[in-house]
Design a protein around this ligand. Structure first.
Ligand code: LLP
Length: 874
């Protein structure tokens, strides 16, 4: 073990190991960064630095092709040489002086008699040349910049472990593990190298026979980790071309959060189940020797990155969601050998015979199902057919392919199961072939059809990580979002209420709880929608907020009104006595017969959504012109409770019964003039309406009499700073495109939320501030009776202390109401001024939609008052 005491290490400032991958060493400016970072680390710690590098990008692939016996070895060698010479020219270095010898050595290896039979020791030597070349040119460049860099051969410092009994010949040479416990004198010898900073190769090590061995793919990370462990380094930094590890693959989930801090075991799990940023093998040496690791971005060296160490928060919580594609499930049914000793051994023996390594296993009385991971196995059709043929002897075999394994990673998954209803409800729509929970309590995996996995990750991420449903302290674990880091965030505009603070404080003094609506904001949203040329008819879903001033403002802006009850119809005509009934839709659900009759009498356009009402009340509908609401078989929305499409929803005529409806309508002389669909509210999926339009057009063509397609409402708004504002332009462009495909139909929309949510705030007064078991709560005089959305949908609303708007939000409170229900909570762990106190005026933002409209007098608490602001700020 170490011969250098920790005290000596500290005195020397200790070592920092920096690893740079292929893309980080292939450009001149990247080498400038490497030099700058190495010097900075040495200066700030007063210690020393080892830089570990990969080969220039693509070089290892070329060398692999050569060791695999590619026919065009000579051309490949020429290209490799040209590549390095050109790069040296970019670095303004003399190619012959710097790499002449190394290139000659590589040519000699290719001319070596061993090249004919390609033995493994020769392969290792060839493969290792890429790193020898890159580290040599790097050392020359860094020295030319005046930096004190020494070059070292990694093989003098990393020793491959003796072969393990089960290890194949191949992995004994080409995928070795190394010793990472320093023996006597190792550290002194290492430290005796004169230069303050050292550069060496990743990927290569000394074989026991004195030759070269390589560490396998991702080997440079592992080399850095071995050196870090051997040196007892302060830190191993893995420099990549991404900002760190993320809570999901950012390409699939742009909202993925940077993981600021992880424990070793969690990091191991994340790298094993998906993220390719860090090689899983590199974690163990650092974990066992307690060396912290960091994943950092060479292009953005000042970003914080991901730190992996022992100080990571130990609270349970889902930290990452990953997806592996191409998973194969093999299921064996009706195993007649149940309870017979060794039957599982027989099954698995066959997997071994076919050289397949099994990933997950599920068993029952009559079935064994295993998953095969494509990254661990060569899953060709031939191999699978041969396996299936052998397994047939044991039972009925089903190969399910392609599947996707969706894994939730985080500490304490077992204790979180009860918090995963959202996950189960999402998976409820798919066919889950297998669920597996790892015994280390760090991973929960669902295997589903690959096609079903599309679009699922963003939804799971939103449900589990975005909404803070998990008890992981946000700031400690989660950093910024991918799209924030990439500057792809379109900021939310400053909300109107910031400019109306004085008026709002006056109103709050006059009495709370109180809703205040800002008509200029309503008009602004209306005009945004009016500007969308693809839409011919716009209606406002008055259920969102039926305040008469809002109805009048929207009708003035050219909107019609969409009502869902006789009460709403009467209310609309009372607020606007001269409203043209042609501008009114009636779209009820399970309404009594009289409501349809009254709606016809008022002259509204009636939408129906089932055959049964035509059967039961033929006289109500005979000879009428109707719109038909169809369930397109899929739904969406910000919460399961607002998803109005698909089998589980009560809305809409099943697509399977459209012909029956048309037939019945014909016998009653009913004309189907419009088709309607509304499949959910707060829908973030961009292509949602475009798809609906396309699908409705298909039905419309079949029916013949239809002139209008109503694609409902559902447009979302950004409720939190993390939400991106709805991309109206992309929405409009999608509709314009689909209209061109179906020019025969006019298009109608009927949004509610989008028009009014941001226009409304709920003002409340703080009643009490109470500490209990470490949780600080501020109580408001408004509760779920005033605004039900947080209690009903776990909906997020920003909450601010209007009385202390200028103070820093340094306190953390749960914001609760006065209702005798545990769900009477507006928000948990909200940042507010630490001095927040009783009588402060509090503002709950974006409460203009489904606020007062859903309020009640539960607990005999009065309904909030309502005010309307129009015109300039006072
Ligand atoms: N059209 C129909 C037939 C609807 O049922 C709805 C809303 C809309 C249009 C307007 O949807 P919007 O554009 O507002 O998403 N209380 C829930 C929302 C329920 C929506 C009910 N139907 C919430 O607070 O999120």
């Amino acid at each position: 073990m170490s011969a250098v005491s920790p005290a000596q290490d500290a005195a020397s400032g200790g070592w920092i190991v920096l690893k740079f991958g292929g893309t980080s060493v292939s450009r001149r400016h990247r080498w400038d960064t490497i030099g700058r970072l190495a010097k900075k680390r040495a200066d700030e710690t007063g210690g020393r630095v080892v830089v570990v590098v990969s080969a220039l990008s693509g070089v290892t692939n070329e060398l692999t092709a050569i060791t695999d016996g590619a026919a065009d070895t000579a051309q490949r060698m020429d290209a490799l040489e040209r590549r390095h010479r050109e790069f040296l020219a970019e670095l303004e270095l003399d190619a012959d002086a710097v790499l002449g010898e190394r290139l000659a050595a590589l040519r000699a290896l290719l001319a070596d008699p061993r090249a004919a039979s390609r033995p493994l020791d020769w392969q290792a030597e060839v493969l290792g040349q890429g790193e020898l070349l890159s580290s040599t040119l790097g050392a020359a460049y860094l020295r030319a910049q005046g930096l004190d860099f020494g070059w070292m051969d990694a093989r003098d410092w990393l020793d491959a472990l003796p072969p393990q009994p089960n290890q194949s010949e191949w992995s004994r040479r080409l995928s070795v593990n190394c010793r990472w416990e320093a023996d006597d004198g190792w550290r002194e010898r290492f430290a005796a190298q004169p230069a303050r900073m050292l550069i060496t190769q990743g990927f290569i090590a000394r074989h026991q026979d004195g030759g070269t061995a390589v560490l396998g793919r991702g080997g440079s990370d592992t080399s850095a980790a071995y050196l870090g462990a051997l040196l007892g380094a302060r830190r191993v930094e893995i420099w990549t071309d991404v900002p760190g590890m993320f809570s999901a693959n950012p390409r699939e989930v742009p909202d993925a959060r940077l993981l600021s801090r992880l424990g070793y075991a969690e990091a191991q799990e994340i790298t094993t189940t998906g993220a390719k940023v860090l090689h899983p093998r590199s974690i163990k040496p650092c974990r066992d020797s307690g060396v912290p690791m960091a994943v950092l971005d060479t292009e953005n060296p000042d970003l914080f990155g991901t730190v992996i160490d022992r100080s990571a928060a130990t609270v349970p919580g889902v930290k990452a969601i990953s997806r592996r594609n191409g998973v194969v499930l093999v299921s064996v049914e009706d195993i007649g050998m149940w309870q017979q000793v060794g039957y599982l051994a027989d099954v698995f023996e066959l997997f071994r015979t076919h050289g397949l390594s099994v990933d997950m296993i599920g068993t029952s009385q009559t079935n064994v199902t295993v998953s095969l991971d494509p990254s661990e196995n060569l899953l060709s059709q031939d191999v699978l057919s041969a396996l299936a043929q052998d397994l047939q002897k044991i039972g009925r075999v089903k190969v399910i392919v392609p599947c996707a394994a969706i894994t939730l990673v985080g500490r304490g998954m077992r204790s979180l199961l009860h918090r995963l209803p959202e996950v189960f409800s999402r998976f409820g729509h798919e066919r889950v072939h297998m669920i597996s929970q790892s015994s280390n309590d760090l991973n929960l995996t669902f295997v589903i059809d690959e096609a079903d996995a599309d679009g699922l990750l963003p939804q799971l991420h939103a449900a589990l990580i975005d909404n803070g449903a998990m008890p992981v302290q946000e700031a400690e674990v989660f950093g910024p979002r991918w799209r924030e880091i990439n500057g792809a965030v379109r900021p939310r505009p400053r909300p109107w209420w910031r400019g109306e603070r004085r008026r709002l404080l006056d109103l709050a003094r006059a009495g709370t709880p109180r809703y205040v609506y800002h008509l200029p904001t309503v008009r602004e949203r209306a005009r945004q929608l009016k500007a969308v040329a693809a839409v011919d008819h716009r209606y406002y879903a008055i259920k969102a907020n039926p305040h008469p001033a809002i109805l009048r403002a929207l009708v003035d802006e050219g909107f019609g009104l969409e009502c869902v009850s006789l009460g709403e119809l009467r209310h609309a005509f009372a607020a606007l006595p001269h409203l043209d009934p042609k501008r009114v839709l009636f779209t009820p659900s399970f309404a009594p017969r009289e409501e349809y009759e009254q709606a016809f009498a008022l002259g509204a356009t009636v939408t129906v959504d089932n055959v049964e009402l035509l059967q039961r009340w033929p006289e109500t509908f005979r000879g009428r012109s109707l719109w038909l609401r169809i369930d397109l078989g899929h739904g969406d929305g910000h919460h399961e409770k607002v998803n109005t499409g698909g089998k589980a929803a009560k809305f809409g005529l099943s697509a399977a019964r459209v012909d029956e409806f048309v037939e019945r309508a014909r016998t009653l002389g009913v004309a189907i003039a419009g088709l309607h669909a509304h499949l959910g509210s707060g829908v973030e999926t961009a292509g949602h309406w475009r798809l609906m339009c396309d699908e409705l057009a298909g039905f419309a063509r079949r029916i013949g009499s239809v002139g209008i397609l109503d694609i409902g409402g559902g447009l979302p708004i950004p409720y939190s700073a993390d939400d991106e504002p709805f991309d109206l332009e992309a929405w409009a462009a999608g509709l314009a495109e689909v209209r061109q495909v179906h020019p025969a139909f006019e298009l109608a929309i009927e949004p509610g939320r989008f028009l009014v949510a941001e226009a409304g705030v709920l003002l409340a007064r703080a009643t009490q501030v109470v500490e209990k078991d470490g949780v600080l709560r501020v109580g408001l005089d408004a509760g779920m009776n005033a605004l039900l959305r947080p209690a009903l949908y776990d909906a997020w609303h920003d909450i601010v202390n209007l009385s202390r708007l200028d103070e820093a939000d340094e306190g953390m409170f749960d914001v609760v109401g006065p209702i005798c229900e545990s769900s009477d909570i507006f928000g948990r762990r909200r940042r507010l001024p630490a001095a927040t106190a009783p009588d402060d005026a509090m503002l709950v933002a974006d409460a203009g939609a489904y606020g007062q409209a859903m309020a009640s007098t539960y607990n005999q608490r009065a309904l909030p008052v309502e005010d309307v602001l129009d015109g300039a700020a006072g």
